[in-house]
Design a protein around this ligand. Structure first.
Ligand code: PRP
Ligand code: GUN
Length: 176
């Protein structure tokens, strides 16, 4: 019996995801020990990584979320639409870490970086779970990623396809 409606192929296992997040948490714990940091999760896709990472952090964190959607090539030229911004003192003068699920065209992270920079944080660090290879050659801001993925459509662990598959605890490519 077919398990999913689409042809999904396993790309990254839950064990691999949790090992990388554990390693990231250890390195953030060492780097920000004794400090207070603002952590901003990007909804909806960043939700899973945000929750799993936050539970492992030992330094003081201010947590909030932003919500933004990329409709590139459908209705808008650049296609990025804000649903929720943060205009709050937790950004100004603070070290800010952004947690996002994937960088693809880079339009979403460009918009996020420029919006946050407007509020004069001390630093902005953008961390994505996945980095789609070869799709954002002109992206100009610093970022780090836990996994490189091929230029295919990805679902699972927060990433959806028409609002399906976000709840999967592993990461899959959608095959034809
Ligand atoms: O680098 P980009 O090409 O901008 O793509 C990356 C963005 O696209 C997806 O979000 P989407 O707009 O689908 O919203 P969602 O998080 O609610 O699924 C993903 O979660 C990233 O936020
Ligand atoms: N679910 C999902 N959302 C995306 N947004 C940009 N690229 C992707 C992708 O590969 N999968």
């Amino acid at each position: 019996m077919k398990k999913f409606k689409h042809n999904l192929e396993l790309l990254i296992t839950k064990k691999e995801i949790h090992e990388k997040i554990k390693k990231l948490a250890s390195s953030l714990n060492a780097q920000y020990k004794g400090k207070e940091v603002t952590i901003i999760g990007v909804m909806n896709g960043g939700l899973f990584m945000l929750a799993d990472l936050l539970k492992k952090l030992k330094f003081k964190v201010n947590i909030d979320t932003i919500s933004i959607a990329n409709y590139t090539n459908i209705h808008f030229s650049k296609g990025v639409v804000w649903q929720k911004k943060i205009h709050k003192p937790i950004i100004t003068g603070n070290d800010v870490i952004v947690i996002e699920d994937i960088i693809d065209t880079g339009y979403t992270l460009t918009e996020i970086y420029e919006e946050l920079a407007f509020w004069n944080p001390k630093s902005i660090r953008m961390i994505t779970l996945l980095d789609k290879e070869g799709t954002h050659p002109n992206f100009k801001y610093p970022y780090e990623s836990l996994f490189k993925v091929p230029n295919k459509f990805i679902v699972g662990y927060g990433l959806d396809m028409n609002d399906m598959y976000r709840q999967l605890d592993q990461i899959y490519t959608v095959e034809q």
